[in-house]
Design a protein around this ligand. Structure first.
Ligand SMILES: *Cc1c(COP(=O)(O)O)cnc(C)c1O
Length: 407
């Protein structure tokens, strides 16, 4: 048996999405830039249908969607592209501590090149304070980049309040919505979002495709491209379009819009069931992230187990696909920067399991995972206690030895 509970890392392709893509991997192989024959026309039509589906999911217009290779590229295009077009008197950026590296790294790069960068702290649940944001903003702020929802602890940020604060000072608001799209109702206009990144493989679409929303309605956002060589996607993202991938992200968006409410309710109930079962067996388990379900992704469950070796836990749980609360760098496990940012102590951070439930998670998956996690934690703790008393015995023996020696 093997249970997939790593839906923050990636999600399985929805069969409806695969079915929509297959013709574009077979007979419909045209290049949408071919304007003189039906192969090109049909590919073009498929791309435009997909663009409309993606736009509808986030309350945008089709012309505001630029297809990319995923959220990493979309984040880079948004941040570096806005910076390259910045007016002289707008040279400051604001972001926050629990962002993905695809936001932290490009903003850090700009900082090295002379931009001012403020990295806001979060509260212990991983949410930013809108007052702290307001205090960090001024007339020189070019761009605020704050994610919609976090990939480790599921914290959902107050997007509408952030958007309103940005609007007051004329700063652009970019949000990395890779974890939120398809999982939360998003509206770029209600939240005053100027730039939004999304990734198909985080909501049951294919890997290697995503999109950037670039506002045109109201104030048009000006971006510089980061690649040159063709006019595709308004010149912002030149290169022959990935038609099967784009059809896939379009269908994933269409399906997500239909299923969002029922998916969220079912996934949230399964997540609560998993949490409650583990809590019953391991009463001292710590649940990371927001307590208020309205501030947390329905499928997120980040659990820390005091006095358990996290790497031993993951090794023992190879039948549960999950992630650790640590990043392995050169063999050392470093506590995750997100858990550090919300104040989880290092020893607890390294004994953290990040579980991510999704559209295809079942009650049987959850019950199996709860049982395996609970029994493994109990076994590792018993072993640890065993080692402790063995070490005590060894020390006592060594003590005797020393006395004998001295005698
Ligand atoms: C997965 C993820 C990304 C990266 O998306 P790709 O499409 O894989 O490049 C960026 N930000 C967040 C929050 C993510 O979860």
């Amino acid at each position: 048996m093997s249970v997939y509970l790593d839906n923050h890392a990636t999600t399985p392709l929805d069969p409806r999405v695969l079915d929509a893509m297959l013709p574009y991997l077979r007979e419909e192989f045209g290049n949408p830039s071919s304007k003189t024959h039906p192969f090109g026309w049909r590919a073009q039509e498929a791309v435009e249908t997909a663009r409309a589906h993606v736009a509808a999911l986030i309350g945008a217009e089709a012309r505001e969607i630029v297809f990319t290779s995923g959220a990493t590229e979309a984040n880079n295009l948004a941040i570096l592209g806005a910076a390259a077009k910045a007016p002289k008197d707008r040279d400051r950026l604001v972001t926050q501590a629990t962002e993905h590296h695809a936001v932290l790294d490009p903003t850090h790069e700009l900082e090295k090149n002379g931009f001012g960068r403020t990295v806001l702290a979060t509260d212990r649940e991983g949410r930013v304070s809108v007052d702290a944001l307001r205090a960090a903003l001024d007339e020189r702020t070019l761009l605020v980049s704050i994610m919609a929802a976090n990939n480790e602890i599921g914290a959902v940020q107050p997007l509408a309040e952030i958007g309103a604060a940005c609007r007051e000072v004329g700063a652009l608001f970019h949000t990395d919505a890779a974890q939120a799209v398809g999982r939360l109702a998003l509206d770029v206009h209600a939240s005053n979002i100027d730039l939004l990144s999304l990734s198909a493989h985080k909501f049951h679409g294919p890997k290697g495709v995503g999109a950037l929303f670039v506002r045109r309605r109201g104030t048009r956002v000006r971006l510089a491209p980061s690649a040159f060589g063709g006019g595709q996607e308004g010149g912002l993202r030149p290169g022959t379009l990935n038609v099967p991938g784009i059809v896939g992200v379009g269908e994933a968006a269409r399906v997500a819009r239909l299923d969002l409410a029922s998916d969220t309710a079912r996934i949230g109930a399964l997540r609560d069931r998993l949490r409650d079962q583990v809590r019953l067996a391991v009463p001292d388990v710590v649940v990371n992230g927001p307590r208020d379900p309205a501030h947390k992704l329905a499928g997120n469950l980040s659990l820390s187990f005091p006095a358990v070796d996290g790497s031993a836990l993951l090794v023992a749980l190879t039948d549960i696909a999950a992630s650790a609360g640590s990043a392995c760098t050169a063999g050392n496990s470093e506590p995750s920067s997100v858990l550090s940012a919300i104040g989880v102590p290092a020893d607890l951070a390294v004994s953290t399991l990040r579980l991510g439930l999704g559209r295809f998670t079942t009650a049987a998956d959850v019950d199996y995972a709860a049982r395996r996690i609970s029994e493994t934690v109990a076994r590792l703790r018993a072993q640890r206690a065993g080692h402790r008393s063995a070490r005590r015995d060894t020390r006592r023996d060594a003590g005797h030895g020393a006395r004998h020696g001295a005698g």
